[in-house]
Design a binder for this molecule. Sequence first.
Ligand code: ANZ
Ligand code: ZN
Length: 831
Amino acid sequence: MNETYDFRTIESKWQKYWEENDLFRVTERADKEKFYELEMFPYPSGKLHMGHVRNYSIGDVNARFKRMQGYNVLHPIGWDAFGLPAENAAIKHKAHPADWTWPNIREMKAQLKALGFSYDWDREVATAHEDYYKWMQWIFIQFYKKGLAYKKENAVNWCPSCQTVLANEQVVDGKCERCGSVVGKKNMSQWYLKITAYADRLLQDLELLDGWPERVKIMQKNWIGKSTGAEVDFRVADEAGNDTGKKVTVFTTRVDTIFGVTCMVLAPEHPIVAELTNGTPYEAKVAAFMDKLQHMSDIDRTSTTLEKEGEFIGAYAVNPLNGEKVPMYIANYVLMNYGTGAVMVVPAHDQRDFEFCKKYGLAIVPVIAPPEGSGIDVHNLEAAFEAEGTMINSGVYDGMNNKEAIEKIIADLSGRGIAKKTDNFRLRDWLISRQRYWGTPIPMVYCEKCGWVPEKEENLPVLLPTDVEFTGKGESPIKTSKTFLKTTCPCCGGPAEREADTMDTFLDSSWYFLRYCDPRNTEAVFDKEKAKYWMAVDQYIGGIEHAILHLLYARFFNKFLYDLGLAPTVEPFTNLLTQGMVNLGGTKMSKSKGNIVSPEDIMAKYGADTARLFIMFAAPPESELEWSDTGVEGSYRFLNRVYRLAYDVSASTKGVAPAETVNGKEDKQLDYVLNTTVKKATEDMRDRFNFNTAISAIMVLVNEMYRYKQLPEEQQNKALLRFAMERVILLLAPFTPHIAEEMWQEFGHSFSLIDEPWPTWDEARCVQDEIEIVVQLNGKVKEKLNIPSATTREEMADLVNTNEAVKALIEGKQVIKVIAVPGKLLNIVVK
Ligand code: ANZ
Ligand code: ZN
């Protein structure tokens, strides 16, 4: 140990030591309890940003902490390496995406290593590597075999700038989530995964996730969007009122309001609209209306602020309960891909319907009366009355509570064969094909004779061809390959063509946590037994931006693989922590805003330990973190201070065996602070993820040791001092592992502290012994007080400011002098 803290030498020394001794490599061990710590793997953009550093620091502190607590810790990392940015960069620089991706990975890997993260690098995976995507293709084929992957022609979201289709999830406010361009619609044949088959389980099993933030579960729940209702058939009459022989089925959650139906609205794309209007004067109006809706996303169309518009289509729907004929419209607020694409309109009790009927002068018929004294006049509504109440204007159902009426009406209509109870989900099947190059090729082959056929599993991987041109034309660049497309049918051996689309990269990240359990397996996607040992992930850490999609897809994949008997647990992530943003000047650090602090600069100036300490100290993990240069300076100063203390203590206690012997008051005080610090740090870290307050406690201990060190040399208990210093080093180890190792070595330990047991405390020594003292005013005893026995002379004198009883004694008097005799008395001279 040098006299001064030279982080450059120390950090590279210990990183080398860890690597050479393979300290982070783990295997399944029956003798230890496992702990699977995982942070969301990065996209290899080239450079780490502060958000990464925060995410991975939190994970690393936890991984090291758990390891010291005796767990067998799996802490892997890899690369979400496929994706659009690489491909776009390649097009821009006329290079190959691979030539952009692999060097980026190398660079970021070096940065992660420089931060001292305890990853088992032997388990590194990159999704763009054929050894990984081979198994991605294998999983896709399993989906296909189970009927959960299918190709379908559909009007899909098309981003004109990314030149690819987007999943609904990737369209935000009608714009591309990635590039912000306005998204259009295009009819295309695309591959889907049937996530809707898992909707109910994805919803139900949220209940198992006690270790997840409530708000993430709510977001998932809303995204899945289950509503319970009924489908009801309405017969269709023509303009003259004659039955057309056709019927329309509506989906409603409020069948209790059926007597209040005053019209029916249909999505313009609903097939019956064309059937009813083709060749009629309404045909042109429908076409014009559809044109207008072309550029509206589903989200716009369901927005509450949307002006509700529609067009009468010359037909009538017949209410199955009262036989009334109501006009049929197409309307902008009805979506074809929700429910049945047809809605029974009840303006009195649904706000959208209310606005629509107001606009077109349609009747408003109340059928639910609000509770007595509500002040609402249902016969003169200013807005829809959507709450519970009593049935009115509803024939035999009048007087019933509307909730009960729902059950009764469904039963009655079901009895007549014109209704059935149905659940509806907002969740749609997952559109996974992308017309892009840099992704996993979809391992499907089209044969004129056999149709779509999966590639034979023994032929996997279907390699991504390299002889492609990046035209940016809106078709997969793979189509330009001279070698890729033509193949033979895996089924009949005849000529066939490969699918040229690649998979959405969200698939790649939906199972990487399982692959980490057995990342080099060439025979199987992963070994079941290994996965059984490691899964589920005990602690998953990542950004809140992944609250919905990534986490939902990963849960879906895990459940599917569970159903195949491969994944060992129904849910993949036991505990989830969503870390807060890193801000500068109150807003999120971002390239576009130019408010960036580069991790590299900070590390060059202060080192990795300071960067890690600052990040962990500045805020609890889930809160936003405001970057502060003075805060970084402060962390750096603290580490220097600890280093100096260790240096001094080491020198002054050389050859003394550390021991918890306590002699006298000063020792007692140090011992007390030591025990309370270990207790507080442990509990804060283990139970609350309050790493910041754990660090504060360690700082208090360091201060106490500085105080103790100022005692006359002969009063210092060397064994205790040495013992306390070693505890400080161990407590700091998860946060600042390099400096901790350096100090640990200085204290005569020949091996890394990484597996050193986490310090323990003695509850009995976390309470200060009390002692009775007398308080005198001008030498006369006035009061007896119980105070901690270790209270110092200064602290005793300060009782005139801090103790209520003492303050009351001197109330209104002028204090001339305070004489404190530790452990005995306090004499206050007053006038
Ligand atoms: C009659 C009614 C009366 C309704 C009432 C609501 C209130 P959630 O809860 O979101 O599932 N609906 C059905 N399909 C639709 C579609 N494709 N596009 C737009 N709206 C649609 O909403 C279900 C309700 O949304 C259904 O219940 C239907 O309107 C409407 F007082 O039926 B309701
Ligand atoms: Zn064939």
